[in-house]
Design a protein around this ligand. Structure first.
Ligand code: DLL
Length: 431
């Protein structure tokens, strides 16, 4: 099986629209028949599934939200009988119940296929040795990339996350060429390598498939330089399938959305109105081809932009900008909207800082106070007070110039901030 499919991935948009129209019509009728939640919703809004026969009609369909999972916990949104479900995963929401997702055998095949496409999009081939350092378990990162690697015919090392010394030893001894983990965990590996006196330039790694959390382009550059590999952004979410929804190729100019299965739209997060191509807003995704959880217009809460242009790699699939944050991650500090990833970009552009930081927001009286704690190297930390003050002023100035925000900067010792093996928790909002 070939995981670069030119008839889909390099097709002209009209051809793809035809396929999408057919698939939309099919899935709308399918969920109407199988999922009471959708039947009620369509009936309430007077939507007749048989009348939906074109992808242009998609914006007239209702949106599905995270709360709909909560209201139908755990299996209420499933369109298949549980006896046909061969796997469940769940994402731990920040509040309350986990969001439960299910897969039939065919869904697992589809997922393996799109995860293999993600790998091939980033240059992988069956000769590769893939170390899967995403967590295994209810999180979709580990098993998703694992099945993708096997489907491709590559050699998969299912190490999961954690135990960084062992990870490094295995990269070296087993000849790992590709690594899959969160960007945060890549930083952890770098830190352990430096403690152990290991230079990534001596290791066989060629590329990293990093995702599951927002990270900036400055972080990419820093990781690429220090890890001596191509750092690629891969995106997905459990509700839609897991990793394998969109991913970067080596041109690193936007993520290719696998829109033959996962149809993306951008809406205004406030009004829910569909926005035209190129405008930034909340990503909404419809799954055309899944059996157990075929969601219609699912609100991801992720902020991005879509645009269409032929990529240097030949793909014509719609492109998605790297996710800058989530609608529920956006901080409003003294009226200014700010995403943690914007702060990250500013920090990483300052040479003297390390890529480990924490953002703390407090309210003193009626005023919001923003504090940024950032680690600096041991040499800098032991510098004179005067020099440390100069560095603090430099960071504060950069934050103020870029984000129009006044922030208190605290320089902290190396390794003093909490480390994470999966997704980082960088914001503490005490308001
Ligand atoms: O994080 C699936 C995944 C695993 C994607 C491994 C990529 C690699 P969830 O745990 O359900 O699934 O979390 C989904 O993570 O809505 C985004 O907010 C965030 N996210 C995922 N990939 C990226 C990315 C997996 N490349 C949520 N950039 C999504 C920014 C990302 N955020």
């Amino acid at each position: 099986m070939d995981f670069f499919e030119p008839e889909i991935e390099t097709s002209v948009p009209e051809q793809l629209r035809e396929l999408q129209s057919k698939r939309l019509s099919k899935v709308v009728n399918y969920v109407y028949e199988k999922v009471p939640f959708y039947r009620e919703k369509f009936d309430q809004q007077g939507i007749e599934p048989e009348a939906v026969d074109s992808i242009e009609q998609i914006s007239s369909l209702p949106l599905t939200e995270k709360d709909d999972f909560r209201d139908n916990y755990p299996y209420g949104l499933f369109a298949t009988d549980l006896r046909d479900v061969v796997r469940v995963h769940a994402s731990s929401g920040t509040t309350g119940q986990p969001t439960v997702v299910g897969y039939t055998k065919n869904d697992i095949k589809l997922w393996s296929h799109t995860a293999a496409r993600t790998l091939v999009c980033g240059g992988a081939c069956p000769d590769d040795i893939i170390q899967v350092a995403y967590g295994y378990g209810l999180f979709t990162g580990g098993l998703g990339m694992h099945y993708g690697g096997e489907e491709l015919g590559a050699t998969v090392i299912p190490i999961s996350s954690g135990n960084s010394r062992k990870q490094l030893q295995i990269i070296n001894d087993f000849g790992t060429t590709l690594i899959c983990c969160t960007p945060t965990y890549a930083l952890q590996l770098l830190e352990t390598a430096s403690e152990e006196g290991i230079d990534f330039h001596d290791l066989p790694l060629k590329a990293g498939f990093f995702g599951a959390e927002p990270w900036s382009d400055s972080m990419r550059k820093s990781i690429e330089k220090r890890m001596n590999l191509d750092a690629l952004d891969i995106y997905g979410l459990s509700e839609i399938i897991g990793p394998g929804v969109s991913s970067e190729c080596l041109a690193k100019d936007g993520l290719h959305v696998f829109e033959d299965h996962f149809y993306p739209e951008i809406i205004d997060p406030q009004t829910g109105e569909a926005l035209p191509e190129d405008e930034k807003g909340e990503l909404v995704v419809t799954c055309f081809t899944k059996e157990t959880l075929p969601l219609i217009r699912y609100r991801t809460r992720d902020i991005t932009r879509l645009w269409r242009e032929k990529c240097d790699c030949g793909r014509t699939l719609v492109k998605m900008e790297r996710v800058s944050g989530r609608t529920d991650d956006m901080l409003i500090v003294r009226g200014v909207n700010v995403f943690p990833s914007q702060i990250e970009s500013v920090l990483l552009d300052i040479e003297e800082t390390e890529p480990h930081y924490q953002i703390i927001v407090e309210r003193e009286g009626t005023l919001d106070e923003l504090e940024i704690k950032v680690e600096v190297s041991r040499e800098i930390f032991s510098d004179e007070v005067k020099e440390l003050q100069a560095l603090k002023d430099k960071i504060a100035r950069a934050v103020s110039e870029t984000l129009n925000l006044r922030a208190k900067i605290s320089l902290v010792e190396p390794r003093s901030l909490k480390r994470h093996q999966g997704k980082a928790q960088r914001v503490i909002d005490r308001r």
